[in-house]
Design a protein. Structure first.
Length: 655
């Protein structure tokens, strides 16, 4: 017992990963329980697995009663998320991810490992009480409703995929046994694929039902046994010489499956394109697309366009380049849909736009002010708003966003509990959690605005200068504007390129494909304590007058540090006309005095400039930055000198 490692941790929680789980390259991701967290679990004698049922109910709601029993809860209409009540584990069959109680909390709440434990303490353990017995329905007698026969290239029967009612699938060997261990896995309709001519289109779908639906349209189609997530690298050899067109279902599992299939086929040298069909409902498939009045001939036309489109990527919906047929002028004109503005003449629903500004130029502060204006129906800088709910994804400096939001509410004498504003704390993979985000956002009544703060915080590519990565970063937000029932505006705060502020460079940093994919780009430029809201680079809609916003630093007894000292927080309000005139006059006067001081002493320091204009050092540094951004001064050999434009400004002022 002296060397027994269990003496260090006498009580190992079931949530702690085994050595095999820690070393496994595949399978569900599990959290890494560090020493501090392990110590907390042991000290408090917490066994998280004991709270799995209560945790699952708190996070996921009531389970599916038809598919659940006393040992296992199933969630979702098809029971794709399973919770093992005896082992205290969950597994999401669509996402191919699972784990223990703390994993589930981290996944649903975006918490750290320690934060998940605190959430468990506060929301489950602290109020633990006997839960109602799991509601189940009496076991239903299953019956076979369809049998799908899988054959090898020569037509030899290998196995079947059997569909049951209630909906379930099992694989059965050709001899009738329910074990297919050791039997070769092949693509569905392999003899037909093998017999097809070179270059023939083979549509790859996510189920045998869809294969038969396409065959009824006179097309060749296939699927892999098990559907999404079950593709293996032995399948591409059967498609050599053919042209594969992958038709993903409209959910994250479908998109992930399509990407995996294409990567496998690309590696094997098989021509392949992913074809995203327009107009699919959430989780919809090609059968839904055909039910909507489309046909096989049109699908073949889209496939031809996809093959001819050299810019196709796995992230690009090819169908947006589809040929729809020639229309009359009257038909084309009837396509007009009047924009529905949430900020009159500025922000419209169904659009994805950026809000670009340098650090310190009030991006987040303005975004919070805009959110409060929408939530209360108050004007935004004089422009009327349509009252609605707002979702803010606080990815960059979320703690600061908490403080700024509290300060904005206090300044406006509003209670956060009374505002229809929802938040997500911290950054996460939007691509990985798109379905969960879409599902939760769809439950927000009258959602008008989504603010992912910021573009850089939610960027998932390898290089933001890559047009492919930039395009994917913009496109991932489009479904939220177009597919959510209320069609909210998505406004993405973004940083421009370069560290030196430049008023003529207020477009999002990175590949130009990002801006090209957006519907527009708003911008902010701050001078002293006034920020001007306008647009630059791209704007879809009528132009509008710039909106000046005043930044005030506010303190409040409720916003303090650990020692009780009040912390100044920036808040934004519209600038009154008289204030704007006075602020502009003061700014011009201060900048002119700075230009005179720099012309007199090119070696001037920030401290000397501050004394010359009777301002603080930080304000003097801001003025230097602003003058450079307006091309009135430049740096040369560690000196500051006026440009021709700067000399002209002083000449016009008779200085």
């Amino acid at each position: 017992m002296r060397n027994d490692p269990r003496r260090t941790h006498p009580r190992q929680p079931p949530d702690a990963p085994s050595r095999d789980q820690r070393n496994a390259g595949d399978g569900p991701r599990r959290i890494n329980l560090g020493g501090d967290l392990m110590a907390a679990l042991n000290r408090d004698e917490i066994n998280p697995a004991e709270y799995m049922e209560a945790t699952a109910r708190a996070l996921l709601g009531e389970p599916n009663p038809r598919l659940s029993n006393r040992k296992e809860m199933r969630f979702g209409s098809h029971g794709s998320l399973a919770v093992d009540l005896e082992k205290g584990l969950f597994f999401d069959h669509e996402a191919n991810a699972g784990g223990g109680v703390l994993d589930l909390i981290r996944r649903e709440k975006g918490e750290t490992a320690a934060g998940a434990l605190e959430w468990l303490r506060a929301n489950v353990i602290g109020e633990a009480a006997p839960r109602p017995p799991l509601k189940t329905v009496p076991p239903q007698k299953t019956r076979i409703v369809e049998t799908y026969r899988y054959e090898d290239e020569r037509g030899v029967h290998l196995f079947d995929v059997v569909r049951f009612e209630p909906k379930d699938f099992r694989q059965r060997a050709a001899d009738g046994s329910w074990s297919v261990k050791g039997i070769r896995k092949v693509l569905y309709r392999l003899p037909q694929i093998t017999a097809a001519h070179d270059g023939a289109f083979i549509y790859i779908v996510e189920g045998e039902k869809d294969v038969h639906r396409l065959e009824a349209e006179g097309l060749l189609a296939t699927t892999c046994p098990g559907g999404a997530g079950k593709w293996n690298d032995d399948f591409p050899v059967s498609l050599k010489g053919k042209t594969a067109i992958v038709l993903p279902d409209n959910d994250q599992a479908g998109r992930d499956h399509a990407a995996k299939v294409k990567a496998s086929l690309d590696k094997a040298g098989v021509t392949c394109r992913i074809l995203h069909l327009e107009g699919l409902p959430p989780k919809g498939d090609v059968s839904d697309w055909l039910d909507a009045g489309n046909d096989g001939e049109e699908l073949d036309g889209l496939a031809v366009s996809a093959i001819e489109d050299d810019t196709e990527t796995t992230d690009t919906p090819i169908a947006r380049t589809q040929f729809r047929g020639i229309e009359t002028a009257g038909q084309f004109a009837r396509r007009w849909t009047p924009p529905q503005y949430i900020v009159d003449g500025i922000l419209a629903r169904r659009r994805v736009q950026a809000l670009t500004a340098y650090t310190g130029h009030m991006k987040t502060t303005t975004a919070i002010y805009l959110a409060i204006c929408i939530a209360t129906g108050q004007p935004f800088g004089g422009a009327e708003t349509e009252k609605g709910a707002v979702l803010i994804l606080a990815g960059e400096n979320p703690d600061l966003v908490v403080g700024q939001f509290r300060a904005a509410c206090l300044a406006a004498d509003l209670s956060p509990e009374d505002l229809p504003i929802s938040f997500h704390y911290g950054r996460f993979s939007v691509t990985e959690h798109a379905d969960a985000l879409m599902a939760q956002a769809s439950k927000i009544e009258d959602l008008a605005l989504i603010i992912p703060d910021t573009h850089q915080a939610f960027f998932e590519g390898n290089d933001d200068n890559s047009n492919m990565d930039a395009l994917a970063a913009a496109q991932k937000w489009r479904p939220f504007a177009e597919e959510l029932p209320t069609h909210p505006t998505v406004l993405i705060p973004a940083h421009p390129s370069g560290k030196q502020p430049d008023r003529n460079n207020l477009v999002p940093r990175g590949g130009s494909a990002f801006l090209n994919e957006l519907d527009g780009n708003f911008c902010l430029w701050r001078k002293a304590d006034v920020a001007t809201f306008h647009w630059q680079g791209k704007h879809r809609g009528p132009s509008f007058e710039p909106i000046d916003l005043k930044m005030d630093l506010r303190t409040h007894p409720e916003i303090v540090d650990a020692k009780g000292r009040e912390i100044p927080m920036p808040v934004v309000r519209p600038l009154l006309t008289i204030e704007a005139m006075e602020a502009a006059k003061e700014a011009v006067s201060t900048e002119n005095r700075a230009l005179v001081a720099i012309r007199s002493n090119p070696n001037i320091t920030v401290r000397e400039l501050a004394d010359a204009i009777n301002k603080g050092k930080s304000r003097a540094a801001e003025i230097i930055s602003a003058l450079e951004g307006e091309n009135l001064i430049r740096r040369r050999a560690r000196k500051l000198e006026l440009t021709a434009e700067g000399e002209e400004v002083l000449a016009d002022a008779n200085l």
